[in-house]
Design a protein around this ligand. Structure first.
Ligand code: DOR
Ligand code: ZN
Length: 424
């Protein structure tokens, strides 16, 4: 296998508390001592930042079921272009990823066609319907790394408690889409001033907060890890902060869109601002940023949710929820959080690397010698305009097209192999 020598990069390796200019060497798919290389390809990374590969714990690949919107191949190529070396594939495909066979199918296609590591997530319940527990033991044997009914939420608290108990015995983290359905039912955007002005049916923050409260109770009583997906309100952040302060094993993720947009954007009636949970208020957005800053929110995840142009080109009320995010995550977060001076870049990298690794129970996720050479390189100075026509994803449903951003992915390396390269 080829050897690579990355020179003069600013290396940010959060797990080892490293932030320094230096070199990183790769041979046979792993990180090695630069002195051990024979005739490497040398890549000069002066002015660029090199970190462990980004991990996205929340990606919809749509295969099987809706391969006009995305496939395992196209979604993984989009991930590579976004600097992600590992992605967790949500199970709300068709059929659902609720059996060992479905997981074997995903793993087989990924092994043949994916350019990044595709980590399967299995359903908590059969068909993600929230009625009957899935065969969690056989999902574990088939290789799932987590459990989720994302897109939906188990409403039956007795069933959820059982699922958490099973998840604990099989050592699988739960990634929960927190949404109480009687409150959310029929809603298409955040319930608040803008839903009243626009005459649209709202989804109150309480729909999310009730389930987060429930999950915190179960995480404490059962002492097992529950990760709250796409956290969107101030009260959710507050509850997670208090729970973590008490040592309850809960974590939370924020999406680039909830960190950068608000429900006011919906006044454009553009369905690329429709997602679930919905964009909330400026106060909620500020609370998410506070959570990022103080460590309450340890993960940034995209909720990459491809939908075809035809599906999205309908009235706001009728459009499906979701936007793509893999290829815009780093520039949107860098621009919103780092270039704007809210946090320094060394505080952003952990949300894309060690934070998600910890959710999945991956230990020592770092650039230490001997570890898999999963590496991301980006240019913190590069300024450009997001152009959705250049995306690797098969879908184009993004609200960020045309936005001027800073921070450009230059290199994505998976097991020592360059899977994306642009501008270096
Ligand atoms: O906006 C969303 N889209 N939220 C979800 O929970 C599911 C996702 C999808 O699958 O399209
Ligand atoms: Zn969700």
């Amino acid at each position: 296998m080829s050897e690579l020598l990355f020179k003069n990069a600013r290396i940010i390796d959060p797990a080892r508390n490293i932030d320094q200019i230096g070199d990183i060497a790769v041979a046979d798919g792993v990180i090695v001592d630069p002195g051990k290389l024979n005739s490497p390809e040398v890549i000069d990374l002066t002015g660029k930042i090199l970190s462990p590969g980004f991990i996205d714990v929340h990606v919809h690949l749509r295969q099987p079921g809706n391969t006009t919107a995305e496939t395992i191949a196209s979604g993984s190529a989009a991930a590579a272009a976004g600097g992600f070396t590992s992605i967790v594939a949500m199970p709300n495909t068709s059929p659902s990823a609720d059996t060992a066979g479905a997981i074997e199918y995903l793993r087989r296609i990924a092994a043949e066609q994916a350019v990044v590591k595709v980590l399967p997530c299995g359903n908590m319940t059969k068909g993600g319907k929230g009625e009957e527990m899935a065969g969690i033991g056989s999902l574990k044997s088939a290789g799932v790394v987590a459990l989720s009914d994302d897109g939906k939420c188990i409403q039956d608290h007795g069933l959820m408690r059982h699922v958490v108990e099973y998840a604990k015995s099989f050592e699988l983290p739960i990634l929960d889409h927190c949404e109480e359905s009687t409150l959310a039912s029929g809603g298409v955007m955040n319930e608040g001033k803008w839903s009243v002005l626009l005459g649209m049916h709202g989804i109150p923050g309480a729909a999310e907060e009730l389930i987060i409260a429930r999950n915190i109770i179960f995480a404490r009583q059962i002492n097992w890890r529950i990760h709250m997906q796409h956290v969107s309100t101030r009260d959710s952040v507050d509850m997670i902060r208090r729970a973590r302060a008490k040592g309850i094993p809960v974590t939370g993720e924020a999406t680039p869109h909830h960190l950068s947009l608000t429900d006011e954007n919906v006044k454009k009636f553009d369905t690329n601002y429709k997602m679930n949970p919905p964009l909330r208020t400026e106060d909620d957005r500020q609370a998410l940023i506070e959570g990022i800053v103080d460590g309450t929110i340890t993960v940034i995840a995209t909720d990459h949710a491809p939908h075809t142009e035809t599906a999205k080109l309908v009235e706001f009320d009728h459009a499906p929820f979701g936007i793509i995010g893999l290829e815009t995550a780093l520039p949107v977060c860098f621009t919103q959080l780092v270039a704007s001076g809210v946090i320094t870049v060394d505080k952003l990298i952990p949300k894309l690397t060690t934070g998600p690794a910890e959710v999945l129970g991956i230990k020592n996720y770092s650039l230490a010698e001997g570890n898999a050479a999963d590496i991301t390189v980006f240019d913190p100075q590069a300024e450009y305009v997001i152009d959705k026509s250049k995306f690797r994803s098969k879908s184009r449903n993004t609200p960020f097209d045309g936005m001027t951003v800073r921070g450009k992915i230059n290199l994505t390396v998976v097991d020592g192999k360059i899977v994306y390269r642009e501008g270096c």
